[in-house]
Design a protein around this ligand. Structure first.
Ligand code: F6P
Length: 254
């Protein structure tokens, strides 16, 4: 019985990998839409992956969100601290403190016994303020550090759900709606073909920076995120996807 379950999951992993053109797909049992405990499993599976992948001298960038928060939560504390650095992938994107990239980066660094560098930039700024922030030596130094990450681990969300969670102005929500945005990652909103509909003004990784990063890992589950996962896979390179059975079964049926 157990063996059959295992091979069922691995054939599902192969199908999703083929469908999305993502090298490594890791699927946990269940559907996080139906059972919130499955999100912990996503966090745990990502933690296991990271522990195998991580090496001394690494910089790891993480985004915010409830799923990536589970990575920090489920990562066991390492007995011997590692010489690694954990940084937020981008500055504030309008999440509650608990789910901000800064918070998650510092928790993950503590578990790994590594160091953490925060990025203190405000959430929603005008183009002018954004440009002056970029000119700040402190911000530039942090940005260079973030861009030098070898591994980036990010969440994926549904566009309108994320826009509402971030309390974006109605005007932006209308723009997302009329542009048929369905997915969000890194502050970028994508339509189903992977085209960018809208980008949030915050300091940090830009899509173009991902080219230089060795390992881009998306973590998202729940059948409600199936469309979003497919759109993000089209919009930006993904090397690893950690998802659940609910999302995976929906993806192969799309
Ligand atoms: O706001 C950070 C972020 O990673 C978004 O880019 C993503 O859409 C969202 O969180 C995912 O959140 P959750 O894991 O809570 O669904």
């Amino acid at each position: 019985q157990v063996m059959r379950d295992v091979s069922g999951i691995s054939s599902l992993e192969a199908q999703v990998s083929e469908r999305l053109g993502i090298d490594q797909v890791i699927i946990v049992n269940g559907d996080s839409d139906e059972d919130p405990l499955i999100k912990r499993e996503l966090g745990y599976a990502t933690a296991v992956w990271l522990r195998q992948e991580i090496r001394s001298g690494d910089t790891i960038a993480v985004t915010g969100g409830t799923t990536i928060a589970m990575l920090a939560e489920m990562m066991p504390s390492l007995a011997h601290g590692m010489d690694v650095q954990v940084v937020p992938a981008r500055g504030g994107l309008g999440e509650n403190v608990e789910y901000q990239a800064n918070t998650i980066a510092s928790r993950l660094a503590a578990k790994l016994g590594g160091t953490n560098k925060m990025l203190h930039v405000p959430d929603f700024v005008s183009e002018d303020v954004y440009q002056s922030l970029l000119a700040e030596p402190h911000v530039r130094e942090r940005l260079a550090m973030i861009q030098s990450a070898r591994i980036v681990i990010h969440g994926i969300g549904e566009a309108l759900k994320m826009a509402r969670r971030r309390q974006l102005p109605e005007e932006t929500i209308r723009l997302l709606d009329s542009g048929h945005a369905i997915a969000e990652a890194f502050g970028y909103y994508f339509d189903q073909t992977g085209q960018i509909v809208h980008v949030m003004n915050t300091v940090g990784l830009r899509l173009g920076d991902l080219k230089k990063i060795e390992r881009i890992v998306g973590v998202a589950g729940g059948r409600s995120k199936a469309h979003a996962i497919v759109a993000v896979a089209k919009g930006c390179r993904q090397d690893v996807l950690v998802t659940d059975e609910g999302a995976a079964r929906a993806i192969i049926q799309l």
